[in-house]
Design a binder for this molecule. Structure first.
Ligand code: NDP
Length: 262
């Protein structure tokens, strides 16, 4: 099946690791131009090496999505290189482990700033280009926590719910322009941040495989394992491409059946 993304341009924030990196790889494999951003220059250049794409089709750009000026510069660089975009994947971010008792006011402000403005800044900067596309689409990496909160992730759960609500409004506001807005609700997916959690939490001598299997059991994931970054990327790709041309304002649950809501 032709996903009809060949020759299109996709921007993937947080495209230097994990789910974003696999999303960038899929778009490149399907013939799209891709721009990725991340804060760490070494991680960004390792991603470029890993993707091994034609320089003409891949733009890496060092950028913190919370830095509005830098995001504007990213959008200008993308416009200069590719002339516009068709797909925006708002994926940059990470979770913050904390209970209510552990979290300070500052932690709450930082978490809401990260989760909301990591969507607001890129969406605002790339919107004029999306408005020029015949197949414009925005997809956001959100978390199952938006609908199924966890007490040890109270900050992230609350902020993710706010993002989910905001995206529903954006879908309605942008629909008359033909811009579709959807998101994925991620359960637990193997990625850079999950590997960092393994390094911080694993018992001495505990392998990644044993730690990940124990995590899947502890979270009662019906499919019996945590997900792969590529599996989340495939869902993003579907929602971003014209394969889902009549879908907007909705979510796709990528959690191995972990969601308990109907
Ligand atoms: P990774 O840590 O592997 O990747 C995160 C990416 O985002 C990296 O490229 C990172 O690069 C970039 N990034 C983080 N903060 C910023 C920032 N402020 N500005 C620009 N880039 C940034 O994690 P995942 O692939 O797991 O994460 C992808 C998304 O999915 C995140 O939003 C995450 O919260 C969400 N998610 C993931 C889950 C999982 O189980 N993996 C569960 C629920 C949600 P750098 O650090 O160099 O900036």
């Amino acid at each position: 099946m032709d996903a009809k993304v060949s020759g299109r341009t996709a921007v993937v924030t947080g495209g230097s690791s994990g789910i974003g990196l696999e999303t960038a790889r899929l778009f490149l494999e399907e013939g799209a131009n891709v721009a990725i951003c991340g804060r760490d220059p070494d991680r960004l250049s390792a991603a470029v090496d890993d993707l091994a794409a034609d320089e003409a089709r891949l733009l890496p750009f060092q950028c913190d999505v919370l830095d509005k000026k830098r995001v504007t510069a990213f959008a200008q660089a993308v416009e200069k290189k590719f002339g516009g975009i068709d797909i925006l994947v708002n994926n940059a971010g990470q979770a913050r482990l904390a209970t209510f008792a552990e979290a300070s006011d500052e932690n709450w402000r930082e978490e809401f700033e990260l989760k909301l403005f990591s969507v607001i800044h890129p969406t605002r900067a790339f919107l004029p280009m999306l408005e020029q596309s015949p197949v414009p689409s925005i997809v956001c990496s959100n978390a199952l926590l938006a609908k199924q909160p966890e007490p040890h992730l109270v900050l992230t759960s609350s902020a993710r719910a706010a993002v989910l609500n905001m995206l529903r409004s954006l879908a309605s506001e942008f629909a008359p322009k033909g811009i579709r807005v959807n998101s994925i609700l991620i359960g637990i997916i193997e990625s850079g941040q999950i590997h960092r959690r393994y390094e911080a939490q694993a018992k001495e001598g505990e392998s990644w495989e044993d730690w990940a299997a124990a995590l899947a059991r502890a979270r009662h994931i019906p499919l019996g394992r945590i997900g792969r970054a590529q599996e989340a990327a495939q869902a993003i790709f579907f929602l971003a491409s014209p394969l889902s041309s009549f879908i907007t304002g909705t979510t796709l649950d990528i959690s191995g059946g972990q969601s308990r809501f109907v």
